[in-house]
Structures are given as C-alpha cells and as structure tokens.
Design a protein around this ligand. Structure first.
Ligand code: G6Q
Length: 547
C-alpha cells in the first residue's frame, strides 16, 4: 500500500498540466516582447553564481506552481532529512551525508548520534600532510627518488570526479607533477597510462569504496606487477608507491597496501558524491591542500544556499524544477550542459553519472512503478566545439533540448581576443535558440524562395545561462554542488531514491559468470541466452585461431 500521495494526483500537478496547455503555444519572443522587466526579474544571484533563467518557457505563474509542487512533494522536509543524516537512501539503509564532507571544522553533523565532522577533518589533515610530502619531494620512492607521476586507479565515482576536477583545475596544478587516470578494464587504458613513466618516481592511488570492483582490482594488480617488475619483485616497494582510498580496511590490507597508507571515507558517501572525500586525493596532490580547502568551501556555500534560500530564489531548486517542467510536461527527453570553458571539458561526462545514475530509476520509494518520466538524459561538450557539431539538432531538429550554458567573465588564460569571441558565441547561442529567425526575416535577407524554409529558425528553445566570475576551485565546488542538489530536487519530486544504483548490478553479475566461460581451456557448457552463447563461441573460436 502506497504511503506517499502519487505525484500525478497532487493539486500542483493538475494546475501545472492546465498551465502547460496555456503556455505551450506561447513563444519566448512574445514573452520577452510583452514583459520588458522579464530579463531583469528572472535572474538569481546565489552562492557566487549568477543564473539568468529568463529564456525558459515560463511565466511568473509557472515558477509559483513549480514551487507549489516542490512544497506538496515535501522537498523541504527531504532536504532537512539529508542534512540531518536520516537514512534517506532507504534501499541501502544509509544516510546521505556528502554535505558533511565540506562542513567547516567545528560544525556538527550527526550520523547515528555521532558527530562525523571531526573524522572528516582528521582525514583531510592526513591527506594534507601526505600531499605536502609528495609535493615537496619529502616522500621518497623505493630508490630514494621523489614522486613525479601520480596514477589514479578507480572507476565510476572513484574516477570521474578526480578526472574532471584535475582537468578543471589544471591551471592551479603543480606542473612538475604529471597525473594520469586509469579506469577501464580494457588493458589499453592501463598500458597507455603508464607509458613513459619511471616506476621509481610513480605513485599509484587505488581508489575504491568497496575495494572489490573488478576493473579497479584488475588494474591495481597490473600496476603492482608493473612496479615489482622494475624492482626485481621486491615487495617492500609497494609501501612507497601505493596508497589506497577506501572504506574497506581489510581488503586494502589483503591487497598488500599498508593500511597506514590508506585514506578513509564512509558508507554515507555515495561513489558519485565522493570527489570531495578522500577520493579527491589526486585533486589535492595537484592543487595543494589550501586550494582543496577552497573547493570544499565552494561546495559548502552552495549547501547553505540550498538549505536556507526560499525555493523561488534557490538555484538548485529552481533549476531542478525547470528540468521537471520540461521533462514531465513538455515531454523533452534530454538536457544539454554546455560549458564555455575548455577546462570544464570533462564536466558533462561527470554530470552524466551524477544525474543519470542517480535519477535513472522507475520505482518510487514506496516500491511502486512510476507513471511519469524520471531522469532526463544529460549530455554535452564544451563550446564552441559543440556548435560545429551537434548544435544543428538543438537549433533546427525535431526534438527540443533545454540547455544549460555555463560561462565565466574572466578567462584563466589571456590570449588576445579569444575570450571575447568565446563569450560572444555563448550569448549568441542562447539568443538564437530563444528568439530564432522568422520566415519574414529570412525573406527580407533576399534568400532564394526554395531555401527559405531551411533557413527559418523556430526558436522558442529554452536555456539557462550561468555566468560566474572565474573558474576557481571555489567556483568548481559551487557548480558541482549545484548539480548535486538539482539531482536531489528532481529525485524528491519524482519520489525516487537518487542514492542507490541497483541497475549496475545485473551486468556485473553476468560478467562474473561469463569470465570462466571465456577462460576455460576446455569447451564450456554454455547456459546463457542463445545470442550470448553464439557470441562466446565465436569469440573463443577466432581467439584460438580457428575460423
Ligand atoms: C557511484 C557508483 C559507482 C562506483 C563504482 C566504483 O555512485 O556506485 O560508479 O563508484 O562502481 O566503485 P568502488 O569505488 O567501490 O570501486
């Protein structure tokens, strides 16, 4: 029996359905023409970010109704539950406390009656001490040489955050150290990552919450072999060249890494919410402890904004609600995140996991199947590159794709006119999408009759523009936390659990069953689906050189 009022029976849902009928036929061109104050009114400044949301297919009434929906679904109470350490990840019976990872020293966040903040800061202090030793050259490899290359081994949440943050903050990184990231079980990933590295000056960080992930353990074993080969099999080298980040001390020890070289985190931190836990060790090594502290401060600023700001002025709440508006009422299926900042080139990939692993669910917290759409498909690439590839579909395709443009007033690297040109493009794109170009306008340009329909831009394509001052560690923290809380807002509206990932399990289990079928020297009896059986037989046959 359901204990939660089904989403589609809420009064705000019905009101939004009626409101959608009224607004669907309205063009953004008219919304702007009829309301001169729109652009000034529909902006929010919060937690160091500026959001212009005026180019959305909304009126003030839409915002009122969306906020009403958030109230009726209990978003406010859900937010408090998260911050207070309630076990809101109900299918795994865990608290969801990534916000405690960036709580300032001296704050109190209770988990099962215990304040977790001192433990968080104790790990941060150990990470800082270790980072200083590596960065200063005090930490020596097996042969007495300082570390020059750091290889992060991890996958999913133990990889995407570290890679994205390293790329995003490269400007602030110690360029005398090189950083590489290995995630895929495809051996090419490992071999390419260690290509040209000197084992005597290489440090591996094995990042795994569980320390039993097939890809990570396989890569870590290959790393151990690679290192030991260079040191004639002397296992004492491991302590100088391997550290671990995990919640699982026992397995770290079993692997052969000294637990003194392990940086801990906790089961109340989800993998995709862990880049600001010890999983961010590579980030700290790259930018130093002080700047890592600024990153955490940025996250925390957004946490406070999310928790304390009224919904209509709350960046993550409003952006989350707008995505619900498009996803559930307009039936738009995807959402593009388009950073106009080359350093954010891995940000869309990072967001794909954050958003889609979190809200790619079809069962409510009550165990009922949803009768509405949940997580949209997130994707994107940095501008202006994307403009010369997939933007065509965003401008003139049959599907409408709401866009989040992210841009910065100041570039990190000054180079002639480049930044003004970049910014001119981001401003131009959102205007072209919203306003478009009418048939009359195209004709007035003297366009040949038969080309006119091809050159018409419908417009009415929605977007948000986030304009920040400069990409600093703090701003990155604010941006990541913004999307974390957008995901939270969406999940609360849809009544699903954004913090589990059961969908990843089935494929993992099946792979485990197939491994012996591939490695068995004798012909195995295959009991899979017939297509899978055929593929396995063909693979075995060709691999053995039989055709
Ligand atoms: C993230 C997911 C998943 C996880 C990886 C790696 O939220 O749970 O992407 O991070 O499967 O897991 P380990 O860190 O346990 O190796």
């Amino acid at each position: 029996m359901s204990t939660i009022t089904p989403l589609t029976t809420l009064p705000a849902w019905a009101a939004l359905t009626r409101h959608y009928e009224q607004i669907n036929g309205t063009h953004l061109r008219d919304l702007f023409a009829e309301d001169p104050g729109r652009a000034e009114r529909m902006v929010i400044e919060g937690a160091g970010l500026f959001l212009d949301y005026s180019k959305n297919r909304i009126t003030d009434e839409t915002v009122t109704l969306l906020v009403q929906l958030a109230e009726e679904t209990g978003l406010r109470a859900q937010i408090e539950k998260m911050f207070n350490g309630d076990k809101i990840n109900s299918t795994e019976e865990r608290a969801v406390l990534h916000t405690a990872l960036r709580a300032p020293e001296g704050a109190s966040v209770l988990q099962d009656g215990e304040n977790v903040v001192p433990a968080v800061h104790a790990v941060l202090a150990r990470m800082a001490g270790f980072s200083e030793r590596i960065r200063s050259g005090a930490w020596k490899g097996q042969s007495g040489l300082p570390i020059k290359s750091i290889v992060n081994i991890g996958i999913g949440g133990s990889d995407l955050g570290p890679v994205m943050a390293y790329e995003a903050l490269k400007h602030y990184s110690d360029r005398s150290l090189s950083f590489r990231f290995v995630s895929n079980v495809d051996g090419t990933d490992f071999l390419e990552a260690v290509q040209g590295l000197d084992p005597a000056q290489t440090l591996f960080i094995v990042c795994s919450k569980t320390f039993d992930t097939l890809e990570t353990i396989t890569n870590a074993e290959s790393a151990r072999d690679w290192l030991l080969k260079a040191f004639g099999g002397d296992e004492t080298a491991i302590a100088h060249h391997f550290v671990a980040v995990s919640t699982n001390k026992e397995k770290v020890g079993d692997f052969g890494i000294d637990v003194a070289n392990m940086f801990e985190f906790w089961d109340w931190v989800g993998g995709r919410y862990s880049m600001d836990a010890a999983i961010g060790l590579s980030t700290m090594l790259a930018i130093g402890p002080e700047r890592f502290g600024e990153l955490l401060a940025g996250f925390h600023e957004m946490d406070v904004h999310f928790r304390e700001t009224p919904f209509a002025r709350n960046l993550p709440v409003l952006m989350g609600l707008l995505s619900v508006w498009y996803n559930n009422f307009f039936g738009m299926q995807s959402l593009a995140v388009l950073p106009y900042e080359q350093y954010l080139k891995r940000f869309p990939a990072y967001l794909q996991q954050l958003t889609m692993e979190s809200n790619g669910k079809s069962i409510t917290l009550d165990g009922e199947r949803v009768d509405y759409q949940t997580g949209p498909i997130y994707w994107g690439e940095p501008g202006t590159n994307g403009q010369h590839s997939f933007y065509q579909l965003i401008h003139q395709g049959t599907r409408i794709i709401p866009c989040d443009f992210i841009a910065f007033v100041h570039p990190l690297t000054e180079l002639g006119r480049h930044h003004d040109l970049l910014m001119a493009n981001v401003f131009a794109q959102s205007e072209a999408l919203a306003i478009g170009k009418t048939e009359d306008e195209v004709k007035k340009e003297g366009t040949k009759e038969k080309l006119v329909p091809h050159k018409v831009f419908e417009g009415n394509r929605p977007s948000n523009t986030i304009l920040a001052d400069r990409l600093t560690p703090k701003t990155l923290g604010r941006l990541v936390a913004l999307y974390e809380h957008i995901v939270f807002t969406q999940g609360a509206i849809w009544g699903i659990n954004p913090f589990d990932q059961w969908g990843v399990q089935l494929g993992k289990l099946l792979a485990q069953q197939i491994i012996p079928d591939l490695e068995n020297p004798a012909e195995p009896t295959l009991r899979h689906n017939t297509s899978t059986n055929n593929l396995i037989r063909r693979y075995r046959r060709i691999k053995k050189g039989l055709s």
